[in-house]
Design a protein around this ligand. Structure first.
Ligand code: HPA
Length: 246
């Protein structure tokens, strides 16, 4: 059973793990990964942070993980808080999302040849993996928030105040640029997915300008990584069901 971590901004593999680098060839392009026998790491924006959210090759990433036999993914996202109750720097275990992105390669299903192309998104985030994240966070003294809705935008620009008000009115708690199409593609590939969003700013219009607070979050990032590794170790494929494709 192979599991994966997709790290967002600033999340890289633990230094003390013996990882080897590999390039995985996929029909959508080559993907550089780091791995042990059971755990694969991808940094979404590349290790040198050179790939902006709209240019991430999401299909290649998920296809590469699928080719490596990955069935469970934990991922992290830097986000902005748009619900005043969602404090900055407190990781949120996500439980739903709204997709406001457009123009991205967002599906593996290019034809309806097999009459299968509609993945059920009734349970977007894996409950077993999410519970394991919560349990592991408590064990490792990481303060988290359980449950939150992610509004996924295109970027790379930040939102306008009116956009943030409309996302909030629609029920979103945080806003970010990368959950979609990563999660839907993983579900299309039959994988389970759980995610931590950590907020580095208040959404546009909630402060006079966007102010990024990236100082003092190294400790939280390291803990999120350790919590994800623990959660993946303590779950298995039987607990994490793939979503039906209709
Ligand atoms: N909006 C969108 N994406 C983000 C933000 C934001 O305010 N902060 C971090 N990623």
């Amino acid at each position: 059973m192979v599991a994966a971590i997709i790290g967002g901004t600033g999340i890289y593999a633990l230094d003390d793990m013996k990882l080897h680098r590999e390039t995985v060839k996929t029909p959508y392009g080559d993907v550089n990964i780091e791995r042990t026998d059971q755990l694969v790491f991808i940094n979404r924006h590349a290790p040198d942070h050179s790939v902006p959210p709209h240019n991430v090759n999401y299909r290649a990433h998920i296809k590469a993980l699928s080719q490596l036999g990955v069935s469970r993914i934990c991922a992290t996202f830097a986000v902005g808080s748009i619900n005043p109750e969602f404090d900055l720097a407190v990781p949120v275990i996500l439980n739903d999302f709204i997709d406001f992105s457009s123009g991205r390669k967002h599906t593996f299903f290019e034809t309806l040849k097999d009459a299968k192309g509609h993945v059920d998104m009734s349970v977007p985030f894996c409950p077993s993996l999410s519970t394991a994240l919560k349990t592991e966070a408590a064990k490792q003294n990481l303060t988290i928030r359980s449950g939150g809705v992610y509004a996924s935008t295109n970027g790379p620009r930040f939102e306008t105040p009116a956009e943030i008000r409309s996302y909030r009115a629609a029920g979103a708690d945080v806003v970010g640029m990368t959950l979609c199409p990563e999660l839907p593609l993983a579900k299309e590939a039959g994988m389970s997915y759980a995610g931590f969003a950590y907020s580095i700013n208040w959404g546009a219009g909630m402060t006079p300008n966007i102010e990024l607070h990236t100082e003092n979050i190294d400790d939280i990032k390291a803990k999120m990584l350790a919590v994800m590794i623990g959660a993946l170790r303590n779950t298995n494929d039987d607990q994490c069901q793939a979503a039906p494709i209709l």
